[in-house]
Ligand binder design. Structure first.
Ligand code: ZN
Length: 154
């Protein structure tokens, strides 16, 4: 096991007690999803560094472009309440009938995560259920990203 994997194991260990709650939140938030066009319901549970948990669902629009993903809904709810430090997010998505596969965040949501989260320590949990999930660091999902650090070089 390499250093990176050991560090990831440590990060997972730090929030292990809250992972079921995060996943349950993500799955529950699917109930609030507004997805009349794609019929693909996504929920997210975002854990802030202060321990707060923010839920989000995807919210579609007849004009398609204004649609918002579950992950960004959760982030924007938190940021709009003054919270900007985050630890992990659980994501659960699939057709209305149920979750069949792991649902990874889209590129736009990964970019929003990169704005607020440390790539090597923020954890993204892709969940089918409380028992079946995968954990990635943001760096693994979004390597070589453009982030606020790049603007520090200006
Ligand atoms: Zn997205």
């Amino acid at each position: 096991m390499g250093d990176t994997e050991m560090e990831k194991g440590q990060l997972i260990g730090n929030i292990a007690g809250r992972i079921p709650e995060l996943i349950e939140k993500a799955i529950d938030m699917r109930n609030y999803s507004y997805a009349p066009y794609s019929k693909f319901r996504v929920g997210a549970g975002l854990l802030a560094a202060n321990g707060n948990l923010y839920g989000g669902c995807n919210i579609e629009n007849a004009a398609y472009g204004p649609s918002n993903c579950a992950e960004r809904t959760a982030f924007f709810k938190a940021v709009s309440e003054g919270v900007q430090d985050f630890t992990a997010i659980a994501i659960a998505g699939g057709p209305e009938e149920g979750i069949r596969d792991f649902c990874a965040p889209c590129g736009v949501c990964r970019q929003v995560m990169a704005e607020f989260c440390e790539a090597d320590s923020f954890l993204v949990i892709l969940a089918k259920s409380v028992e079946e999930y995968e954990v990635y660091t943001l760096r693994e999902l979004f390597p070589k990203s453009f982030s606020p650090k790049d603007l520090e070089k200006v």
